[in-house]
Design a binder for this molecule. Structure first.
Ligand SMILES: Nc1ncnc2c1ncn2[C@@H]1O[C@H](COP(=O)(O)OP(=O)(O)O)[C@@H](O)[C@H]1O
Ligand SMILES: [Mg+2]
Length: 251
């Protein structure tokens, strides 16, 4: 599929198959990650082509697609004036979940939020807010979960905790399709990744496959990223100086 915003090509003939796995979409700011996710979750229409999720076409069967997916956007999707539990209950109501209270308690427990579920969300830390968004997303038992930058802006321990929860969802057979800026996380947790640059896939495979394709010693996914991206640093918020310093320290 492709997506144009006027003459700007944000997604350029994307051709991709994702299995029951944790799949990471990596790329600099403006690469087209969010646009791809928004198309797949039926919030945007592709200009050309289409995609299907669990056999349902995103353009012709958007309602069926929405039944089997959940989406946690990059920006916050919570009402901070409500308690954690009220936020999840709202979702459960919108989805028409039977046995609502039990389901809400179950997903709050799954995300380790039971202790604080009656406190207002405005008193929650960034990591707790993210876990609450995950709890909301799980309330209607999706088969595919879309996460746009799930750990952005969180400290290391909160990020690790979110990842442990994402990994635990795999035990429930949920496919995770996510975007991230953090190469170390993608390397450690994703089954496969695609690096995209200017709307095009420039590398696709397991982190190990991509690293082995470089002919340097101890390659990291950061090295692969640097190798596959042509977007100039001043076009995005990518900090090339920081990356090079880090690479020097590692070599
Ligand atoms: N609604 C929109 N209207 C016009 N241009 C957009 C819109 N949404 C995204 N874009 C452009 O499409 C490109 C891809 O954006 P995006 O998908 O948000 O990238 P990423 O999530 O990888 O940072 C960028 O150049 C962005 O400015
Ligand atoms: Mg984005």
């Amino acid at each position: 599929m492709s997506k144009y915003f006027d003459s700007l090509c944000a997604v350029d003939a994307l051709d991709l198959h994702v299995d029951n796995e944790i799949f990471g979409l990596l790329g600099p700011n403006g690469a087209g990650k969010t646009t791809i996710v928004r198309i797949l979750v039926t919030l945007l229409r592709p200009t050309k082509g289409t995609a299907s999720i669990c056999g349902f076409d995103i353009a012709n069967e958007p309602k069926k697609v929405r039944n089997v997916i959940s989406y946690v956007p990059q920006e916050m999707a919570l009402d901070i004036r409500l308690t954690g539990k009220e936020n999840v209950l709202l979702y459960a109501k919108l989805y028409g979940i039977h046995d609502r209270i039990n389901k809400v308690n179950e997903v709050l427990e799954l995300m380790d939020l039971t202790d604080r579920c009656d406190d207002l969300v405005k008193t929650y830390s960034g990591g707790m807010r993210r876990r609450l968004e995950l709890a909301q997303a799980l309330v209607h038992e999706p088969k595919v979960l879309f996460l746009d930058e799930p750990t952005l802006g969180l400290d290391v321990s909160a990020r690790r905790r979110i990842w442990n929860h994402i990994l635990s969802l795999r035990k429930h057979d949920i496919t995770i399709f996510m975007t991230t800026h953090y190469m170390e996380e993608a390397d450690e947790y994703c089954d496969r990744v695609a690096i995209i640059d200017k709307g095009r896939i420039t590398a696709l495979g397991t982190p190990q496959e991509l690293k082995s394709s470089l002919e340097i010693s101890n390659p990291t996914l950061n090295d692969v990223f640097m190798d596959k991206i042509t977007t100039r640093e001043d076009e995005c918020a990518f900090d090339g100086y920081k990356f090079r310093t880090m690479l020097r320290r590692r070599s």
